[in-house]
Design a protein around this ligand. Structure first.
Ligand code: ATP
Ligand code: MG
Length: 367
């Protein structure tokens, strides 16, 4: 087993190296070999953590393989030229409002206390404030949305560091780029504006230590070092690192410890689902028979993102009909349209997933 793992790493390392040198054919062959071995490992492993790490890895190699396979020689040249440049680190503008985030009252409270209040009244925080916040929870429940709302609330500059992309695109350069990003962020902060560095899919950045290939351990250590710099107690700075993940069990202790606040962003209860349905149907024309309470009741494992899509689907049905039947205006959306939309869509959340997250929360939550 560990022998297989060693071979997989060997093949992947060669692939990455060849890839960076531009030897496309050879890199493709090595990626394929690495993928084959990983799929063997996946079928052999008993550990759920390793299982996910292997799968995540395999997905990355498959993505890269697909990219390489439809890459022409001209494209290769362009890519190599581009990869020599500094990474582009443009801040993202956010105009999400606090009121767009429905439910999640605990998460909002913790964030207000950590970020909004210290920004408004730093004099009330002589001991400083938390600068590392980890958000974990099932997909589509508002982690990214919360970060966007926070950023616009304090008018912060928001840099997003998507861990999976960082590792696959910057192949081995990631630690340099992380250092550069933090140094840019510190410059911004010194000009008097809060900065949030948002690490999305944080699990792919830290979990990779199992299968180190392109310098992930170095990237991870760089990140830990930067975060230690932030946590310096006497410095009261408006530079925050917020990380999000829906697989927190892939994170390692050293990483987890850097986040003073660890918040569970859980699935909506019935009441919250009702509010979300109200929110997303507020500007739609609904027929008399639409019963949002009943819809909230029947959407047990659906995430807010699912609910949004259900409203969208139901609405689009009426628009489609309007065009197909050459009507002047779309008809009102009926209960039937919502139910059809629900039946077409599987819920993104499962009991099993929630159990596992709650179990992790019991050990690691810090609010
Ligand atoms: N609490 C919420 N209130 C209102 N809308 C929400 C909420 N949570 C999610 N949504 C809707 O679902 C979309 C996706 O949510 P978001 O990207 O924040 O999920 P996430 O928790 O970051 O998921 P993932 O783990 O997949 O990244 C949002 O853009 C928004 O439209
Ligand atoms: Mg997200």
């Amino acid at each position: 087993m560990s022998e297989l793992e060693r071979i997989a790493i060997e093949k992947a390392k060669e692939a990455v190296k060849l890839d960076r040198q531009g030897s496309r054919e050879a890199a493709i062959a090595r990626y394929k070999e690495a993928i084959q071995i990983l799929s063997r490992l996946i079928s052999l492993t008993q550990s759920p953590v390793l299982h996910e790490v292997y799968r995540e890895r395999m997905r990355q190699y498959l993505d890269r393989l697909n990219e390489l396979s439809d890459e022409t020689p001209a494209k290769t040249v362009v890519r190599q030229a581009a990869s020599r440049e500094e990474p582009r680190m443009d801040p993202v503008e956010s105009n999400v409002k606090w009121s767009d985030v429905i439910g999640l009252e605990d998460a909002k409270r913790v964030i207000r206390e950590a970020i909004v209040y210290p920004w408004m009244r730093p004099d009330l925080f002589p001991l400083g404030w938390p600068t590392g916040i980890l958000l974990f929870g099932p997909p589509g429940c508002g982690k990214t949305l919360l970060v966007a709302a926070t950023a616009s609330e304090v008018n912060a500059t928001l840099y997003t560091l998507d861990a999976a992309t960082v590792l696959s695109k910057w192949l081995g350069e990631s630690e340099k780029n992380i250092a550069a990003l933090f140094s840019k962020a510190r410059q911004d902060v010194s000009k008097g504006k809060p900065v949030i560095i948002f690490i999305d899919e944080a699990d792919s950045l830290t979990a990779q230590r199992y299968l180190e290939v392109g310098g992930e351990a170095r990237a991870r250590n760089q990140l830990l070092k930067e975060m230690d710099g932030l946590a310096n107690k006497n410095k009261r700075e408006y530079l925050y690192v917020i990380a999000a993940t829906n697989k927190p069990w892939l994170l390692d202790e050293a990483f987890i410890r850097r986040f003073q606040k660890r918040i569970y962003v859980g699935p909506p209860d019935r009441e919250t689902r009702l509010n979300i349905l109200r929110h997303y149907t507020a500007h739609l024309r609904l027929a008399e028979d639409v019963d949002l309470e009943a819809l909230a009741e029947m959407t047990g494992n659906y995430s807010p993102a699912d609910l949004y899509n259900i409203c969208l689907d139901a609405h689009l049905t009426t628009i489609r009909e309007m065009f197909e039947n050459k009507l002047e205006e779309p008809r009102k959306i009926s209960m039937r349209d919502f139910i059809a939309a629900i039946e077409k869509r599987k819920p993104s959340i499962s009991e099993e997933m929630v159990m596992r997250l709650l179990e992790w929360a019991r050990k690691h939550e810090a609010v």
